[in-house]
Ligand binder design. Structure first.
Ligand code: GLY
Length: 573
């Protein structure tokens, strides 16, 4: 493939010059947010209207999602909160990822014969890593918020105590995880009234979770990581076969990390850094797309280039990435222009490459799909893109009695054994092996896109497909699409192995499918829609706000501005 100089410097210069000559507002005309549940969006709106900033609203939305979307995230899980502080321009990733307990070993999820036993890292307390979300919410309040935690957690406490209505997606996932949830008495008491599925529209009340949130508001991290709650958690986990110790909770720390930030073709992308793989993959892929001028190619060739760029980037993800505090990663090389050029030059628009022909990593891994994402901007221009998770639907499906929250099964995001795929078909190497105090590699990719006239705040759940969904969202943003189009457009995905392009209905036209098959790609229907994307877009030239919730979910977006005031539901259930 013939390549152009990366960044096409002249164009970049012209675009930025045009951007700076155009009038661009310093502050948005109000606030906007989008999350996966109407009650969580309402919690964020309540806090912003009460004078809170985007960071306060992020606390409220995170906690509310823990109550009303217990499939995706929770106080027993973790996540990445990507922040833009308007006053200083500082951008930082708050890493509240879960951490393996100190007794974890590389062979924890293998039997005596050395075979991986997948249920051990997916169901029950052995699957649970030390949660990061409680510490992250305290950190956000202390370092970035304006309001006390008692106020920002209040909407979630109310929802937990008064109850929320069972919705369709929740019911479907309860049915899917029925067996695992039934095995945990405390979890079943909350989610399976009388031992069966709840009625649609009936209320789920979570008084223990309300108490836990109040304790966090009152005592900060000590309300979770030491004292009575810590003792109860360790006792409950160990009684049921887990390996947590009090020191594991006491030693948990939030880490602030520099995001992966890069400029390509006049656009700045800010995304998650390791232990997420998102930013590294996006930087490599976007450079390859720039060198091959993918955005100017006919639609089918653009897709060909995207798929080929993803193929190499996901191979490299599997081979090299892990917890930055425990493994050396060749990130400079993986994200260099020289390497992007090598990849671009190996792409042939006449035919598909084969993943088997690429040098394989020693072993690969997959991640949980039932995560959540929200995006927020406030009237000062502070921004939050947050992707949170407990990994698989309802995490480990295990709840310690009296605590009110499910524990994650993030241990499944480690590579249980080099080369053996995880729940999402991803493989991994020793870079992501289980080990004491390690944070498992993630695909969560909360991102900002900054063009001369627009700022987009993007992200989605979706396991290994998160990164390609965010990539397609970035490309939509560059195409000038509005928030609704960014979250709605049908998607396609390639992750190196399996060596196939998975697509949603409508993502590829009949003609594109014929062309791509003719070039040697294996195309497979994803079998269903996937993802639950949330986007906020601030057009700085027009000074307007736009936000949208993915029509594949039940989420809701809200915009309050001097020029418009609206609550935007998802287009469909
Ligand atoms: N558990 C999903 C992820 O971290 O990517």
């Amino acid at each position: 493939m013939v390549t152009a100089p990366v960044g096409r410097l002249l164009w970049v210069g012209l675009i930025w010059l045009a951007g700076t000559l155009c009038w661009a507002a310093d502050k948005p005309p109000g606030f906007a947010l989008s999350s996966a549940h109407p009650d969580a969006t309402a919690a964020g709106v309540e806090i912003l209207e009460a004078g809170g900033n985007a960071f306060d609203a992020a606390i409220a939305v995170s906690a509310a999602l823990a109550v009303v979307e217990p499939t995706g995230s929770g106080m027993g899980g973790g996540g990445f909160w990507l922040l833009h502080v308007a006053e200083t321009g500082r951008q930082v990733m708050v890493d509240g990822r879960e951490e393996a307990p100190s007794a974890a070993t590389a062979t924890l999820f293998q039997n005596d014969a050395g075979d991986v036993v997948p249920s051990l890292s997916r169901d029950g307390p052995l699957a649970a890593a030390i949660p990061g979300q409680p510490a992250a919410l305290v950190h956000l309040a202390k370092e970035y918020g304006r309001l006390p935690l008692a106020q920002t957690l209040a909407p979630a406490v109310r929802l937990a105590r008064e109850g929320f209505a069972v919705d369709g997606p929740l019911l479907a996932r309860l049915a899917y995880r029925f067996q695992a949830l039934s095995r945990s008495q405390a979890a079943a008491r909350v989610f399976l009234p009388g031992g069966g599925l709840p009625e649609p529209g009936s209320l789920i009340r979570q008084p223990d979770l309300a108490n836990m949130l109040e304790m966090l508001a009152k005592d900060g991290v000590d309300g979770f990581y030491s004292g009575e709650m810590a003792k109860r958690l360790v006792r409950g986990v160990r009684d049921a076969g887990g390996i947590w110790q009090l020191e594991d909770l006491a030693n948990y720390r939030i880490k602030e990390r520099a995001p992966v930030t890069f400029d390509v073709d006049g656009v700045r992308v800010v995304s998650a850094s390791p232990p997420s793989s998102g930013g590294v993959v996006l930087k490599q892929v976007m450079q390859v797309l720039s060198l091959t001028q993918a955005l100017e190619q006919p639609a089918v060739d653009r897709k060909h280039l995207v798929i080929e760029a993803l193929r190499t980037a996901y191979r490299d993800r599997a081979a090299w990435l892990g917890d930055p505090d425990h493994v050396e990663m060749p990130i400079d090389r993986l994200t260099s222009e020289a390497y992007a050029r090598e990849i671009a030059e190996a792409i042939d628009l006449e035919r598909a490459r084969k993943s088997a022909d690429l040098i394989p990593p020693q072993t690969l891994i997959e991640e949980g799909e039932h995560t959540t994402h929200f995006s927020i901007i406030d009237a000062d221009g502070n921004r939050v893109a947050a992707t949170l998770t407990i990994n698989l639907s309802f995490g480990s499906a295990f709840m310690v009695p009296g605590t009110g929250f499910l524990l994650n099964d993030e241990m499944d995001d480690f590579s249980a054994k080099p080369g053996v795929p995880n729940a999402f078909g991803l493989i991994g190497t020793s870079a992501n092996a289980v080990g004491p105090g390690r944070r498992p590699l993630s695909s969560m990719s909360p991102s900002f896109v900054e063009t001369p006239d627009r700022v987009a705040i993007l992200g989605t759940p979706g396991g290994s497909r998160i990164i390609t969904m965010v990539l397609l969202g970035i490309l939509e943003t560059l195409d000038g699409s509005d928030a609704t189009t960014i979250v709605s457009r049908p998607r396609y995905h390639h992750q190196y192995l399996p060596d196939a392009v998975y697509f949603e209905p409508g993502a590829l036209s009949e003609a594109e499918m014929a062309t791509l098959r003719g070039r040697g790609f294996t195309l497979k229907s994803a079998g269903r829609e996937y993802g639950n994307f949330h986007a906020v877009v601030w057009n700085r030239s027009a000074n307007t706000l736009d936000a949208a919730a993915d029509p594949r979910g039940i989420g809701e977006a809200a915009v309050r501005s001097s020029s418009a005031e609206k609550v935007l539901g998802a287009a469909a259930d």
